[in-house]
Write a protein that binds this ligand. Structure first.
Ligand code: ASP
Length: 329
């Protein structure tokens, strides 16, 4: 005779089997309507730009439009929370980076677990940061800039996309390496911060290269160093951290795509294949390279690779961020 517990085990198994079959069936017709990408920062910024480039090309692969929804505030934690609560049906994606999907967990009391409430789809292109200043700041190289910042400790302002954003973590890193003190001005993304830098309202941003590139090329802001050991092919005039006199100031901001936990495997596989196809497209590659973005190696473009990387980044950054004592906005 079957015991009660073995009966409930059979029932649980058949529920799981039914949901696998339902998932497979949904995946066969998926997608039948537009897909939303929740971008955690302001329109026109680096996250928004990358999400739109990917979405446009993924549309060609999947036959449905990708709609970008900019959900700003608390350095992206509101956006990620929104994605976590969305239906796990492949129609809501969570776009983010080292800040939104790693650093925020060590700064904010989040109502979700960023490692277990989302399922990885793929890692996306990454880029280093670049130290930029308003065009009127009286410094022509990184050493002079650091000297000016040191001489103006209560006055010098650094724009960020909020406590825990890429630009903020990079600013804190710069402070740690140099002993500087910066006054942070949080924005809803580095797009509005850059507007204020161009008009001279703030002094510096340690910005994602892709965001600042056009204004650097146009000579409206000044670039001092990239946070990498190699120069950017898209902006070969900007010195590396080593060349500029700050060895070891290395930070590459990686991006990724996730879906809510419980999304059928087959749908994740379809999304992953579309993203992989997009990143392999030479026309997309050219747009990304122009922005200084680098496509991850093909073996890094699997959901499993993002899962492993994501966990390793949490283990690496949380102690550093907690030690730095970064407070929520
Ligand atoms: N990625 C952010 C944005 O799109 C900026 C940041 O994290 O610093 O505005």
């Amino acid at each position: 005779m079957r015991t009660l517990s073995s009966l409930s085990a059979v029932a649980a198994m058949s529920v799981a089997a039914v949901s696998i079959i339902a998932g497979a069936a949904a995946a066969q017709t998926y997608p039948t309507k537009p897909i939303t990408i929740i971008v955690p920062f302001a329109a026109g910024g680096p996250s928004d730009a990358l999400a739109r480039i990917m979405g446009e090309r993924m549309k060609a692969a999947l036959g449905q439009s990708f709609v970008v929804e900019n959900v700003t505030g608390a350095a992206g934690s509101i956006a990620v929370g929104r994605a976590v609560k969305a239906a796990p049906d492949g129609y809501t994606l969570s776009f983010g980076h080292l800040g939104t999907h790693v650093a925020n967990g060590a700064i904010y009391a989040l109502p979700y677990d960023m490692l277990t409430d989302l399922e990885p789809v793929t890692m996306l292109p990454s880029n280093p940061m670049v130290v930029v200043s308003r065009g009127t700041l009286p410094a022509t190289n990184l050493k002079e800039l650091l000297a000016w910042l040191k001489a103006n400790p209560d006055k010098a302002t650094a724009g960020t996309a909020g406590a825990g954003s890429g630009s903020h973590i990079a600013g804190v890193y710069l402070e740690t390496l140099t002993g500087l003190r910066l006054q942070y001005v949080p924005y809803r993304g580095t797009a509005p911060a850059l507007t204020d830098l161009v008009s001279g309202q703030i002094d510096i941003i340690v910005d994602q290269a892709s965001n600042s590139m056009q204004q650097i090329r146009g000579g409206r802001i000044r670039a001092y160093a990239v946070t990498d050991s190699k120069r950017l092919p898209a902006a070969p005039d900007i010195p590396t951290a080593e060349e500029a006199g700050l060895p070891g100031f290395h930070m590459v901001l990686w991006n990724g795509l996730w879906v809510p936990k419980g999304t059928p495997r087959e749908i994740i596989a379809r999304l992953n294949a579309a993203a992989v196809e997009a990143m392999a497209d030479p026309a997309v590659g050219k747009r990304l390279n122009d922005l200084g973005l680098e496509v991850p190696a093909r073996d890094q473009q699997t959901p499993q690779a993002l899962a492993v990387w994501h966990k390793a980044e949490v283990d690496k950054w949380w102690p550093i961020i907690r030690k730095a004592g970064i407070k929520p906005e």
